[in-house]
Structure formats: C-alpha cells, structure tokens
Design a protein around this ligand. Sequence first.
Ligand code: C5P
Length: 235
Amino acid sequence: MTRFWAVVPAAGVGRRMRHSLPKQYLPLHGRCVIEHTLETLVNHPRISGLVVAIGVEDSYWQDTAFAGHPRVQTVPGGPERADSVRNGLEHLAASAGDTDWVLVHDAARPCLLPEDVDRLMDQLQADPVGGVLGQRVRDTMKRTDAGSRVTATVERSGLWHAFTPQMFRLGLLRRALDTAARDGVAVTDEASAVEHLGMQPQMVEGHAGNIKVTQPGDLTLAGFFLQQARHHERF
Ligand code: C5P
C-alpha cells in the first residue's frame, strides 16, 4: 500500500517579521506557530510519519511539544528552503519507498485544516505527477516597472496562489530537486522543481486561511483562522 509522509521545512530565520525569534516560534494562541502546524500533521491518521528540518543554530526546537515525539524525526536545515527539504527527503528515503507520497508543508503555515490534507490526498493519489494546495486569484493583477508604474494588467483566469502542502512521490521529488540544484534553477516551492522536469502539477483548491506567517500582522490573522477552525466554522 502506498503511504503518505510529511516533510516540514522549519529552518528559516524569518527576517521579514522583524522579530528576534524565527517566525515558526512566535507565540500564537498559547502555543508557538510550529506547534499548531505539526499538530495537524502528527494527528492526521493517513500520515505515517514526519521529518522536520531544523536550523543548525536553532535553540528553540527542544522546548516545543513535538521535540522527541515518536512520530517526528528531525534533520538539519540547509541554506535555502529547497536544501532543507532535500535533507528531509534524503532522511525519509531510509524508511519510505520511491512511490510513497510526500507532503511538504511550511512550518510557518499554522492554520492547515485536516480536511484540506484529505482533499489533496483524495484528489491526487491516482495522479501521475502530484500537485499543490492553492487558491484561485480573485483580485485584478497588475505588472509594474521598478517604479511601481503599471506596465500591464495580467489576465487573472488561470492564475493561482500556491500554498503548501505540495504533494509528490518521493522518488520524483528527489529527482526534481536534485535536477534543479544541478541546473542552478532557484526554486521557491516543490512544484517549480517538478515543472523544471517538464511536468504539470495539479492545483487543488484549499481554504483561504492557510496563510504563511510572513509579516507582522499575519499572526493576528492566523489567530483568527485558528479560532474559527476551533469553533468548526469553515471559511
Ligand atoms: O522564508 P519562507 O517564508 O519562504 O519560508 C518558508 C518555510 O521554509 C518556513 O517554514 C521556513 O522555516 C522554511 N525554511 C527552511 N530552510 C531555509 C529557509 C526557509 O526550512 N533555509
């Protein structure tokens, strides 16, 4: 039977938050950001195990609720997100098969709903490529020059925001990230590495609350979405 695993890159320093703590450790509803993120994945009945990439100079992980958890293993992070993910995948390869699915999910996205994980799994488990949770773009899109002057209005239909989890088979994803690194292609998500191989990942519509905590103010929003989820109100 094909299994599902999760790899969580958590080795970023989050400079855009302008905070001394990396964003995955900022307090949110009585816990820290990464504890909310991991709770959804650790308790998901279809996920066999998790690998979390932790920064080499990280001194906060040890104090989280998931340090030493039997379903959570850790690896050292790398200089870029893709390097952290590659380290996680390499570790996973010792216990997972090439055709097993891997869900890569940002530590900084604490509002992931279990039903979004299920939707991704259900829609993609027979897919030859894999894919990504996201949302269709709703606003009118503008392209600008260096001075923020509009040079074009971009056709909105067919444009998506790409979230995580991004779900691909372990063997394919390792090959994609290795190839991107070898070719010097900078990838900010797994899908772009798979696209670089000439494949077309599938987009799967998820809920709007699955935001990445990036800037001051995002924590307030994340707190709101967590509260809504707790009250079983879906948005
Ligand atoms: O910086 P960004 O928002 O793109 O980070 C997305 C996720 O990747 C975060 O959870 C962050 O901790 C992780 N990351 C990582 N290793 C890096 C950089 C970012 O694991 N070198």
